[in-house]
Design a protein around this ligand. Structure first.
Ligand code: UDP
Length: 326
């Protein structure tokens, strides 16, 4: 199989490229290197069956060409990260909505199977836990820029389901919950690489808000496995799936775990949301996936423990730091 990965030089995309090559598939990566980076795929460049193009998923003729050359597409290219969304809302909305439209339009020409990566953020401020795929979405006001991300991704889902219903495109939608692991960078606000870097440098570990907000963190290798199961399965087309781990931890608990496993002397400090993201920021207090549908249809469940995940991220940050020092 030859798989086109948009956003393939990004954090999740580069791991997916690696796993596809390891099982003997061919990979075409399309990435504009806005948040992805060549260093994520440099080790793959000379591997047989690997191709990459630096370009935008908004470039329709390019996307049509690459979708045609592949058997199926995994659409990961998007503006992600809460910090990016708050700082560059126009870019976020336009990239997320237009790129998905371009990819689906290209896929429709020859009916190519397409997996669209969505996000658990679409559940918004819902309080019924765990979140199941058919639950209502509960987004905040349009004056709170954070929800623009959720809304842009929800629109992507609607568009994908509409392409399936009206144009028979075999689409699959994956709502990714917090995915972490090696190669994720803290620059766009993601919590675990930030905590790991802070713990290793002895800087204060910055817990936003009260630290009582909680998340379920899954290892990127498990997320990629889940996405590949969804892509391979004959029974997933036209459907939405939660993709994530069920192990929940508060952000303060995560800070403590990182500090302890790093053997760090860093102080854990609470930073008000307004200071971290600007006035009026709204967080999600909890976000837990119902993963029964994923397990029922694909037989797959996340396996990596949170302790292993934290150790992997610490190791990755150590390697990065020693690379920077040379
Ligand atoms: N967070 C934090 N310190 C940081 C970065 C993030 O306490 O340096 C918090 C953030 O406010 C949120 C949680 O960690 O409550 C997860 O943030 P992330 O951006 O990784 O993912 P989200 O679940 O918000 O999409």
């Amino acid at each position: 199989m030859r798989v086109l990965i948009t956003g393939g030089a990004g954090f999740i995309g580069s791991h997916m490229a690696e796993q596809l090559l390891a099982r003997g598939d061919e990979v075409i990566v399309l990435d504009d290197l806005s948040t992805g980076s060549m260093s994520n795929i440099e080790h793959l460049v000379d591997r047989p069956g690997f191709m990459y193009r630096i370009g935008s998923a908004l470039d329709s003729p390019l996307v049509v060409e690459l979708v045609d050359r592949a058997d199926c597409t995994v659409h990961l290219a998007a503006a992600v990260g809460v910090r990016l969304i708050v700082e560059r809302p126009v870019h976020t909305i336009e990239t997320n909505v237009k790129a998905t439209e371009v990819v689906l339009d290209a896929a429709a020409r020859k009916g190519r199977r397409t997996l669209i990566a969505s996000t658990s953020e679409v559940y918004g401020k819902g309080t019924k836990m765990p979140f199941a795929e058919d639950d209502d979405l509960n987004l905040g006001a349009t004056t709170r820029s954070r929800w623009a991300y959720a809304c842009s991704k929800a629109l992507d889902e609607w568009l994908a389901l509409a392409y399936h219903a009206e144009k028979r495109v075999p689409v699959i939608i994956a709502r990714l919950f917090n995915t972490v692991g090696p190669r994720q960078v803290g620059r766009y606000g993601m919590v675990l690489p930030n905590f790991a870097r802070q713990a290793l440098t002895g800087e204060p570990i910055t817990v936003y808000g009260t630290g009582e907000q909680a998340r379920c963190f899954g290892h990127v290798n498990d997320s990629v496995q889940a996405l590949l199961h969804l892509l391979d399965s004959p029974d997933t087309v036209g459907q939405v799936f939660n993709v994530g781990s069920e192990r929940e931890i508060s952000i303060r608990g995560l800070a403590e775990m990182v500090k302890e496993r790093a053997g760090s002397a860093s102080e854990i400090v609470l930073v008000p949301y307004a200071e971290a993201y600007g006035a009026g920021f709204e967080d999600m207090p909890r976000r837990v996936p119902d993963v029964e549908k994923l397990a029922r249809v694909t037989g797959f469940r996340y396996e990596t423990t949170l302790e292993q995940i934290v150790d992997d991220v610490l190791e990755d940050q150590r390697t990065r730091r020693s690379g920077e020092a040379q």
